[in-house]
Design a protein around this ligand. Structure first.
Ligand SMILES: CC(C)(COP(=O)(O)OP(=O)(O)OC[C@H]1O[C@@H](n2cnc3c(N)ncnc32)[C@H](O)[C@@H]1OP(=O)(O)O)[C@@H](O)C(=O)NCCC(=O)NCCS
Length: 134
Protein backbone atom coordinates (compact mmCIF):
# COMPACT_ATOMS: atom_id res chain seq x y z
CA UNK A 1 0.00 0.00 0.00
CA UNK A 2 2.77 2.45 0.91
CA UNK A 3 4.68 1.75 -2.30
CA UNK A 4 1.85 2.79 -4.58
CA UNK A 5 2.99 5.96 -6.37
CA UNK A 6 0.03 6.59 -8.67
CA UNK A 7 -3.74 6.29 -8.22
CA UNK A 8 -5.62 3.40 -9.78
CA UNK A 9 -9.16 3.63 -11.14
CA UNK A 10 -11.28 6.36 -12.58
CA UNK A 11 -11.26 9.92 -11.23
CA UNK A 12 -14.76 10.56 -9.89
CA UNK A 13 -14.39 13.69 -7.69
CA UNK A 14 -11.76 16.39 -7.21
CA UNK A 15 -12.11 19.06 -4.52
CA UNK A 16 -9.99 21.44 -2.42
CA UNK A 17 -10.04 20.85 1.37
CA UNK A 18 -11.24 24.02 3.14
CA UNK A 19 -10.81 25.39 6.71
CA UNK A 20 -14.45 24.53 7.53
CA UNK A 21 -13.59 20.82 7.03
CA UNK A 22 -10.96 20.62 9.82
CA UNK A 23 -10.92 18.69 13.09
CA UNK A 24 -9.62 19.94 16.44
CA UNK A 25 -6.01 19.29 15.32
CA UNK A 26 -6.36 21.53 12.30
CA UNK A 27 -6.22 18.62 9.84
CA UNK A 28 -9.13 17.60 7.67
CA UNK A 29 -11.90 15.71 9.51
CA UNK A 30 -12.03 11.98 8.65
CA UNK A 31 -15.80 12.07 8.18
CA UNK A 32 -15.37 14.66 5.42
CA UNK A 33 -13.10 12.27 3.52
CA UNK A 34 -15.47 9.31 4.06
CA UNK A 35 -18.40 11.33 2.80
CA UNK A 36 -16.58 12.16 -0.45
CA UNK A 37 -15.40 8.55 -0.82
CA UNK A 38 -19.02 7.41 -0.46
CA UNK A 39 -20.17 10.05 -2.94
CA UNK A 40 -17.46 9.01 -5.42
CA UNK A 41 -18.48 5.37 -5.14
CA UNK A 42 -22.09 6.46 -5.64
CA UNK A 43 -21.21 8.29 -8.85
CA UNK A 44 -19.38 5.21 -10.17
CA UNK A 45 -22.24 2.91 -9.06
CA UNK A 46 -24.90 4.99 -10.81
CA UNK A 47 -22.84 4.98 -14.00
CA UNK A 48 -22.28 1.24 -13.75
CA UNK A 49 -25.89 0.37 -13.00
CA UNK A 50 -27.44 3.11 -15.16
CA UNK A 51 -29.93 3.60 -12.29
CA UNK A 52 -30.16 4.91 -8.74
CA UNK A 53 -27.86 3.14 -6.30
CA UNK A 54 -27.44 3.22 -2.53
CA UNK A 55 -24.62 2.35 -0.15
CA UNK A 56 -25.29 -0.97 1.59
CA UNK A 57 -21.88 -1.50 3.23
CA UNK A 58 -18.51 0.06 3.91
CA UNK A 59 -16.25 -2.89 4.67
CA UNK A 60 -12.90 -1.33 5.35
CA UNK A 61 -11.49 2.11 5.58
CA UNK A 62 -7.88 3.11 6.16
CA UNK A 63 -6.63 6.63 6.79
CA UNK A 64 -3.01 6.67 5.66
CA UNK A 65 -1.91 10.30 5.96
CA UNK A 66 -3.49 13.52 7.24
CA UNK A 67 -5.00 15.95 4.74
CA UNK A 68 -4.21 19.66 5.08
CA UNK A 69 -6.28 22.73 4.29
CA UNK A 70 -5.64 23.75 0.68
CA UNK A 71 -4.77 20.25 -0.53
CA UNK A 72 -6.50 19.18 -3.71
CA UNK A 73 -8.11 15.85 -2.92
CA UNK A 74 -8.88 13.44 -5.77
CA UNK A 75 -11.09 10.38 -5.42
CA UNK A 76 -10.67 7.34 -7.68
CA UNK A 77 -13.11 4.43 -8.09
CA UNK A 78 -12.08 0.89 -8.98
CA UNK A 79 -14.84 -1.60 -9.72
CA UNK A 80 -13.84 -4.82 -7.93
CA UNK A 81 -16.90 -7.01 -8.43
CA UNK A 82 -20.45 -7.04 -9.70
CA UNK A 83 -23.08 -9.30 -8.14
CA UNK A 84 -26.72 -9.62 -9.16
CA UNK A 85 -27.79 -6.24 -7.76
CA UNK A 86 -24.63 -5.16 -5.94
CA UNK A 87 -21.32 -3.61 -6.95
CA UNK A 88 -18.18 -3.35 -4.85
CA UNK A 89 -15.71 -0.50 -5.39
CA UNK A 90 -12.31 0.25 -3.93
CA UNK A 91 -12.11 4.00 -3.45
CA UNK A 92 -8.74 5.73 -3.17
CA UNK A 93 -8.27 9.31 -1.97
CA UNK A 94 -5.09 11.12 -3.08
CA UNK A 95 -3.77 14.60 -2.32
CA UNK A 96 -1.54 16.96 -4.19
CA UNK A 97 -0.18 19.61 -1.82
CA UNK A 98 0.32 23.14 -3.14
CA UNK A 99 4.14 23.07 -3.08
CA UNK A 100 4.62 19.37 -3.82
CA UNK A 101 5.11 17.51 -7.05
CA UNK A 102 4.22 14.18 -5.51
CA UNK A 103 0.79 12.55 -5.14
CA UNK A 104 0.06 10.96 -1.75
CA UNK A 105 -2.52 8.31 -1.09
CA UNK A 106 -4.34 9.46 2.06
CA UNK A 107 -7.16 6.91 2.41
CA UNK A 108 -8.74 3.88 0.83
CA UNK A 109 -11.84 1.81 1.47
CA UNK A 110 -14.27 -0.76 0.13
CA UNK A 111 -17.77 0.44 -0.65
CA UNK A 112 -20.68 -1.79 -1.72
CA UNK A 113 -23.65 -0.28 -3.53
CA UNK A 114 -26.97 -1.79 -4.58
CA UNK A 115 -28.77 -0.73 -7.74
CA UNK A 116 -32.36 0.23 -6.94
CA UNK A 117 -35.50 0.97 -8.91
CA UNK A 118 -37.84 3.93 -8.43
CA UNK A 119 -39.47 2.17 -5.45
CA UNK A 120 -36.10 1.67 -3.73
CA UNK A 121 -36.05 -2.10 -4.43
CA UNK A 122 -32.86 -3.83 -5.53
CA UNK A 123 -32.72 -4.46 -9.26
CA UNK A 124 -30.18 -6.31 -11.43
CA UNK A 125 -26.99 -4.56 -12.55
CA UNK A 126 -26.08 -4.89 -16.19
CA UNK A 127 -22.87 -6.90 -16.17
CA UNK A 128 -21.46 -5.46 -19.28
CA UNK A 129 -18.07 -4.31 -18.34
CA UNK A 130 -14.54 -5.15 -18.93
CA UNK A 131 -13.55 -1.55 -18.29
CA UNK A 132 -13.56 0.34 -15.03
CA UNK A 133 -16.76 2.25 -14.22
CA UNK A 134 -17.83 2.74 -17.83
C1 LIG B 1 -29.65 -1.59 0.04
C2 LIG B 1 -31.07 -2.15 0.15
C3 LIG B 1 -31.94 -1.59 -1.00
C4 LIG B 1 -30.94 -3.67 0.01
O1 LIG B 1 -32.23 -4.20 0.17
P1 LIG B 1 -32.43 -5.75 0.61
O2 LIG B 1 -33.86 -6.04 0.54
O3 LIG B 1 -31.68 -5.97 1.87
O4 LIG B 1 -31.72 -6.46 -0.60
P2 LIG B 1 -31.09 -7.92 -0.73
O5 LIG B 1 -31.08 -8.69 0.55
O6 LIG B 1 -31.77 -8.51 -1.93
O7 LIG B 1 -29.57 -7.60 -1.10
C5 LIG B 1 -29.25 -6.87 -2.25
C6 LIG B 1 -27.77 -7.01 -2.52
O8 LIG B 1 -27.06 -6.38 -1.48
C7 LIG B 1 -26.07 -7.27 -0.95
N1 LIG B 1 -25.88 -6.98 0.45
C8 LIG B 1 -26.85 -6.90 1.39
N2 LIG B 1 -26.27 -6.62 2.58
C9 LIG B 1 -24.95 -6.51 2.37
C10 LIG B 1 -23.82 -6.25 3.21
N3 LIG B 1 -23.95 -6.02 4.51
N4 LIG B 1 -22.60 -6.22 2.63
C11 LIG B 1 -22.44 -6.44 1.32
N5 LIG B 1 -23.46 -6.71 0.46
C12 LIG B 1 -24.69 -6.74 1.00
C13 LIG B 1 -26.67 -8.65 -1.18
O9 LIG B 1 -25.64 -9.64 -1.16
C14 LIG B 1 -27.29 -8.46 -2.54
O10 LIG B 1 -26.26 -8.53 -3.54
P3 LIG B 1 -26.44 -9.36 -4.93
O11 LIG B 1 -27.82 -9.07 -5.47
O12 LIG B 1 -25.38 -8.82 -5.83
O13 LIG B 1 -26.27 -10.79 -4.59
C15 LIG B 1 -31.72 -1.82 1.54
O14 LIG B 1 -31.05 -2.54 2.55
C16 LIG B 1 -31.64 -0.34 1.85
O15 LIG B 1 -32.41 0.45 1.29
N6 LIG B 1 -30.70 0.04 2.73
C17 LIG B 1 -30.52 1.47 3.05
C18 LIG B 1 -29.56 2.10 2.06
C19 LIG B 1 -29.18 3.47 2.49
O16 LIG B 1 -30.01 4.23 2.96
N7 LIG B 1 -27.87 3.80 2.32
C20 LIG B 1 -27.32 5.01 2.83
C21 LIG B 1 -27.62 6.20 2.02
S1 LIG B 1 -27.27 6.00 0.29
Amino acid sequence: MKNQTQPTGQLVIQIVAMPADTNANGDIFGGWLVSYMDMGAGIAAKRQAASRAVTVAIDSLIFIKPVSVGDTVSFYANLLKVGRTSMQFKIEAWTMAIHEEKNNKVAEGLFTFVAIDDQGRPHPVVRNTTTNCR
